[in-house]
Design a protein. Structure first.
Length: 146
């Protein structure tokens, strides 16, 4: 597995939004503007570091950190995130299983209103996200003026 193949797989999951932030690619279940939450991060600057971290959930966290090549994710372990020391931490199929589980775990915890928005048609959802982003931008501008 590698960053490109993981990216393709993550983007194939339902309601996934990709955003570049903190030197990596964040993968959200639903857009941040409507209450989406991150479930995975691919570190693009992983020079000898941790190439990927993801939400394991409380049930899986303890099991995963016992495995060779997996450890608690820096800054996120308290939220039951794990990080892989390399792309060889799992076989390809197991990567898909773990990331699908991370996606499902985060989706299950989304607020009902966010899930309701995600059930909308893609066109309607796109419109709602655009409106929400505009509103958030206006609020940020108003705060900076104050």
């Amino acid at each position: 597995m590698n960053a490109e193949r993981i990216r393709d797989y993550l983007l194939s999951l339902p309601h996934v939004v990709e955003a570049e932030q903190w030197g990596g690619l964040l993968y959200w279940v639903g857009d941040k503007a409507i209450g989406g939450k991150t479930f995975a991060m691919v570190n693009l600057e992983a020079t000898g570091g941790l190439p990927i971290s993801f939400s394991a959930g409380p049930e899986r966290f303890a099991e995963l950190v016992e495995q060779e090549g997996i450890r608690p994710a820096p800054y996120s372990a308290k939220n039951f995130w794990v990080a892989a020391e390399g792309w060889d931490a799992f076989p390809d199929r197991e990567w898909q299983d773990e990331l699908t589980a991370a996606h499902a775990t985060v989706y299950a915890k989304l607020p009902p209103k966010t899930k309701q928005l995600l059930a909308m048609s893609k066109i309607a959802l796109k419109r709602v996200v655009a409106e929400r982003r505009k509103l958030l931008t206006e609020r940020a501008a108003d705060k900076s003026k104050a």
